[in-house]
Each structure stands twice: as C-alpha cells, then as structure tokens.
Design a protein around this ligand. Structure first.
Ligand SMILES: *Cc1c(COP(=O)(O)O)cnc(C)c1O
Length: 401
C-alpha cells in the first residue's frame, strides 16, 4: 500500500515502537506526493514561484527559497527528526559544520562552555580558535566526570558538550548523570553521537538537548558524502533553527538524497559492523602482539557497564594498543595490510586503519599508551578475511621488530 501524504513522517502504525530496521526503511518517504515514486525527486532550485501576489506576500507556500529547503532535503530532515525523537532537524554540509553551527546557536560572548576532553580533534580546534575569538571560554573535562560535572559549572556556563565514546580512545561517558545536573542548572547539553547513531543510542531520551551526527560516516555509509545533521528539542531547537537560517547553511539536494538512501540500509549495515567489529576485537584481544583493545562492547572494557546500560549496539570503529615495537615495525604492519585502507573518516563499507597519538590534544586527562596505538574501522567484508589480513600483517610486524 502506498501511504498517504499525511503519514509521511510516520509510516502506517509508526509511533516510534516499530523496530529500527522497519523505521529506517520508510521514514520521510511520501510516494503519494510524487506520483508513486518511492523516493522524492532530487529537486534543484533556488527560486520558488508564488501563484499570486497574495501568496507571495503572505508566504503561503510550503517552500519559500531553495536555501531554506526543498522536498529532497525536507524528506531527510523529517526522517532524522522521527528517528532521533527531536522537535526538528537541520542539515549541514559536513559533520564539523553541524558541530560549529550547533555551538554558535547556543553560545555568545561571555559564555562558558564545558567540553569533553576526548572530543573529536577538529571540535577542539573550533573551540580554541573561533569560539575563543568570539569571547567564549572553553573548559575541558575528564570524560569520566559523571555527576562531578556539577563542580565545573559556573554562573556563566551555558552548554556542556559530550561525545561518547570518546574519539580515538573510546571512553564511555555517563550521559544521564551529566544531563540531570545540566537540566537542574539550566545548562544546555549537546552530544556528538556519530559513533552510535540514533539507532544504538538515543540522546534525547537521555535528556540531551542537541544531538549531532556526522552523516558522513554511517548515514552515508559509502565514503562518498560529507553531511551533518543537528536534531534538537525545546528552546535549543528554536535557537539552532534560527542560527542555521541566519548563517545561510544549506546542503545540496544530491547530498540529501545520498543521505536518505544511506538511511534505508543503516540498520542492516550497523548490525553487521557491530557483529564483525566485535569478532575482530575479540580476536585482537587474544593476540600475543596486542596489549589492549579499546572497545566498549567488550566485557573487559572499563566503559562496558555504561555501554550496556545505555546503548543497544556498537559500530565498527575501535582502537587497540600494540605491545611496544619500533616505529619501523609499525610501518611494516600498516604497509602489509591488504584489505584495510589507510585514511581518515570511517563509517563506509570498507575497512580502514590509522595510527594515532592523543598526547598532543588532551588537557584535562593524560593519554597513556604502553605501545603504538591503532584505530580500526571494520567494514562490511567477511570477518574471517579481515582477521586473516590482520594476522599476516601482525606476523610481518613481529618479524620486523
Ligand atoms: C568525522 C567526524 C566528524 C566530522 O565529520 P565531517 O563530515 O568530516 O566534517 C565529527 N565528529 C566525529 C566523531 C567524526 O568522526
């Protein structure tokens, strides 16, 4: 059955209780509006014509101007809002611009921001440069702070920014402990939820005001897109919508269509990333060349209890610390990998590996690694092939050590 326009945001019977795989297959679609075509057309356009003078001056149309949205971008926004359970969603041209627009929406000169120390590095850069120049002071805090965040709140603290698990090092944050303090003190909370996506962790249900995704990663899912989404509730939504509009931020209809297409397979891909990632992580944890695996879904991980309490899955991204070997041996390991690409970003169908060292960009905590650190993204290849590739590369590394 083709559902009617009225049900666009919530396909037949979807009051949020259907399984995620069912929801992502339909959210935002409205075939009856587009002559039965399953997907909305890719609408290119700046000018939107009004039929009469009265319509023009009365702003009666559903759309007003290309920058302010069209059927293609609206379909994705509608879907993300329903998936996140927010009051509304805006799209941005990248994950980082979603972060910067969200922060600029809530902060002004004289305000204080609490930022998790383990945040994505470019987020930190934005705080230390642009926000500082605009008169916003940032204090970094330990991701394990929990309810202790209360002691860091000042009279001018306006927002707390979370990212769980942390970038590169995967520390889990106690989100509900932090949001309950923030709510009581009238402080906004934001989260970079790119790792979990709203399928594995639902920020608004845990009291977070602003939920950000780098849609570049799992939403796109094919390493061919840069996109950001900001979902928000209450007063934060009013502020985000206004600032996003004032700044003139918009995304191309082609990119919005790719985001919508990625959404249809998000649940099935994440299920596979979860299972394969965990299988590879367990294999690595048992390797004689590996000191530790940083993956919150592993029972041995320090953040496992929080992950189990709040999250319903893990994606394919995690890290490991190798036992000490010379840098030349690390280079041998990376160069020997055949299935893993070496490159930034993640969330696509392909496996990726990068070395990292957080010691230069942590200030509230100290990064201590007993050996070389490696971040892996486990793609959609068969796990046995991925493990065999790691096995031969680790053996070559050891031979070169
Ligand atoms: C990649 C990433 C971003 C930024 O997304 P871009 O589209 O590259 O700007 C933000 N947060 C996290 C956690 C990311 O991994």
């Amino acid at each position: 059955m083709i559902h009617s326009s009225d049900e666009a945001a919530s396909p037949s019977g979807d009051n949020g209780t259907l399984a995620p795989a069912t929801r992502v297959a339909h959210l935002g679609l409205d075939p009856a509006r587009f002559d039965g075509f399953v997907n909305p057309p890719v609408v290119r356009g700046s000018t939107v014509l009004s039929p009469t003078y009265k319509d023009l001056v009365g702003h009666t149309g559903r759309y007003s101007y290309g920058r302010r949205g069209n059927p293609t971008t609206e379909a994705l926004q509608t879907a993300i809002t329903a998936l996140e359970g927010g009051d509304g969603t805006v799209l941005t041209p990248s994950g980082l611009s979603a972060i910067s627009v969200a922060l600029l929406s809530l902060l002004g000169a004289g305000d204080h921001l609490l930022m998790v120390d383990t945040t994505y590095r470019p987020t930190r850069n934005f705080c230390d440069k642009a926000l500082k120049r605009l008169g916003v002071e940032t204090t970094y805090f330990d991701p394990l702070v929990g309810a202790g965040i209360a002691e860091l709140i000042r009279p001018n603290t306006r927002a707390i920014f979370l990212e769980s698990p942390g970038s590169q090092s995967f520390e889990m944050q106690d989100v509900p402990a932090i949001t309950s303090v923030a709510r009581a003190r009238g402080v906004f909370t934001l989260i970079d939820n790119t790792w979990a996506t709203p399928l594995f962790f639902r920020p608004h249900a845990f009291g977070v005001d602003v939920s950000i995704q780098a849609g570049t990663k799992y939403l796109g899912g094919h390493a061919d897109l840069n996109l950001g989404t900001i979902s928000a509730v209450g007063k934060a939504w009013t502020l985000v919508l206004a600032t996003h509009g004032d700044m003139g931020i918009c995304v191309s209809p082609d990119d919005a269509a790719l985001g919508s297409r990625g959404l249809r397979t998000l649940a099935v891909r994440l299920e596979r990333h979860h299972a394969s990632g965990l299988e590879v992580a367990r294999w690595l944890a048992a390797s004689p060349y590996v000191s530790r695996v940083l993956h919150p879904a592993l029972e041995s991980d320090p953040g496992h209890a929080i992950w189990k309490r709040d999250f319903s899955g893990a994606c394919g991204l995690f890290s490991l610390i190798l036992k000490p070997v010379p840098e030349a041996a690390v280079a041998t390991f990376f160069d020997a990998l055949k299935l893993f690409g070496m490159g930034y970003s993640w969330g696509g169908f392909e496996s990726l590996a990068i070395p990292f060292d957080c010691s230069d960009y942590r200030t509230a905590t100290r990064w201590q690694a007993e050996g070389p650190a490696v971040r892996l993204h486990i793609g959609l290849e068969a796990p046995a092939d991925i493990i065999a590739d790691l096995d031969q590369a680790l053996a070559k590394m050891q031979a070169a050590a």
